[in-house]
Design a binder for this molecule. Structure first.
Ligand code: TNX
Length: 451
């Protein structure tokens, strides 16, 4: 840290060091600067602040960064990194609007390796995302090793799986633990999803004895939905589900297990209800809260259940009733948060069933005004899902993620009256050169005057 004559800003240079008390040494390491007792950047805990809040004071002689917890300090570190090497003098006091700020990655339609997932986490935390939801299973593939059920990954995670057969692979127990630990070190909670009772063709390919008639099922590599279902009326179904959820709960330190529940178009409504009434309480027995896509709101929910809303239409009475009964909602409307929607008609990747999603559309909306009956208090947070039917590489994943993920992340972090599209698009423009320098592919949206 070099004092500058104008005294209005500070400069981080090769000689700048960080001081941190022992509980913050791990956080300090994320600055990539040496530790020293008299470092010009001083990290501290301030228990008067909420856990995720931080206060950043920048003067010509140094920087003080205090957080309500190591996580709060970590978010302040992200802000410092965003400011660059020339830090404007002043005080920033900041805290999140929502506790749950999520991104989702679909590993089932196209697998990404642990190294790729970790690199993704590194990019997400820059925007203060604190949950990564992994969609681990679907019709086209099963991506997490489950002891006792080896064919799930040997067959349905093997060669030729994924959309177009182009996305094979799976996480071993060790891989998953490694991803969880890496994310935790960056204050990101992994939210594992095992999608059921629909989206299970990969289960039936691996274990035909779980189908209705016990006959073998062909693998599917197309992108259809709504044709497969676990059988609600058979005990074997629940033996399978219990084992899987117990395994995933045991591997997952975070508080949530996502059980899917979406698009069960081939499950008769009574079977859907029967199945969910059996399965919704299972995460609770393993100490976890259950999350499901909003279709689950039609069924009696455990008290701590969380409903993830993805609809594009404005109303959903079942979700509003669940909110009135005290259930929390994660807001992921497809027309505002789905990173797999095309930006515009020319976007080479992505889908368009929810319309085109420009950067401005991803930014300029309010979660608490989206759904009648689901106001601020009912909202746990906001998540941007990325379904991977059209992804074939990390570049593809990043191209759809950036720059819309930062837009949704700001919707989740900043208060409504603290957000402004003009200001956002100017701040976003500064990421162009950084992403380019880092080899991070992104969409050069014409809505932004890129630097
Ligand atoms: C709907 S949204 C799905 C997924 C697809 C996605 C594609 C939801 C809960 N289910 O199965 O991948 O659309 O955008």
């Amino acid at each position: 840290m070099r004092p500058v004559p104008a005294a209005s800003f500070a400069i981080i240079d090769g000689g700048t060091a960080v001081s941190a008390p022992p509980p913050l040494e791990g956080v300090a390491a994320h600055l990539g600067l040496p530790l020293a007792a008299d470092g010009a950047i001083a990290l501290a805990l301030d228990e008067a602040l909420p856990a995720e809040a931080y206060r950043l004071e920048i003067t010509a002689t140094g920087v003080t960064l205090a957080g309500g917890s190591p996580q709060g300090v970590f978010w302040g570190v992200q802000t410092l990194r965003q400011l660059g090497r020339e830090l404007p003098g002043g005080v920033i006091e900041d805290h999140p609007r929502y506790a749950y700020r999520g991104a989702m990655l679909d590993l089932a339609r196209h697998f990404f390796t642990p190294a790729q997932i970790k690199a993704h986490v590194d990019l997400l935390v820059q925007f203060k995302i604190n949950h990564l939801h992994l969609h681990l299973t679907d019709d086209q593939g099963w991506r997490l090793e489950i002891p006792g059920w080896p064919r799930l990954t040997e067959v349905s995670g093997g060669p030729g799986t994924g959309v177009d057969g182009a996305g094979p692979g799976f996480l071993t127990l060790g891989d998953y633990a490694d991803v969880v630990a890496y994310a935790a070190d960056r204050f990101v909670t992994i939210v594992p999803e095992i999608d059921m009772p629909g989206h299970v063709n990969a289960v039936h390919v691996a274990y035909p004895e779980l189908t209705a008639d016990g006959r073998p099922v062909a693998p599917r590599t197309d992108a259809e939905v709504g044709y497969s279902s676990l059988v609600a009326g058979r005990e074997e179904t629940y033996t399978f589900v219990e084992t899987v959820l117990k395994t995933v709960a045991g591997l997952t330190p975070g508080p949530y297990l996502h059980i899917g529940g979406d698009e069960c178009l081939s499950t008769p409504p009574e079977d859907y209800r029967t199945f969910l009434e059996r399965v919704l309480p299972i995460p609770g027995r393993f100490g976890k809260s259950v999350i499901g896509w909003h279709e689950i709101a039609g069924v009696d929910l455990p008290e701590d259940a969380v409903v993830q809303y993805w609809r594009i239409e404005a109303t959903d009475d079942a979700v509003a009733r669940a909110a009135a009964d005290g259930r929390r909602v994660i807001v992921s409307p497809a027309d505002r948060t789905y990173l797999d929607m095309k930006y515009d008609a020319d976007t080479p990747l992505g889908l368009d069933w929810a319309g085109h999603l420009s950067v401005e559309r991803a930014y300029d909306w309010d979660p608490a005004e989206r759904l009648p009956g689901v106001g601020e208090d009912a909202i746990l947070g906001v998540e941007a899902p990325l379904w991977s039917e059209t992804l074939r590489s990390v570049d593809d994943l990043r191209y759809l993620t950036f720059p819309r993920l930062p837009a949704v992340a700001e919707v989740a972090w900043s208060p409504r009256d603290g957000r402004d599209w003009q200001s956002f698009r100017e701040r976003l423009a500064a990421f162009g050169p950084r992403w380019t320098a880092g080899g991070i592919s992104f969409h050069r949206s014409p809505e932004i005057d890129w630097h």
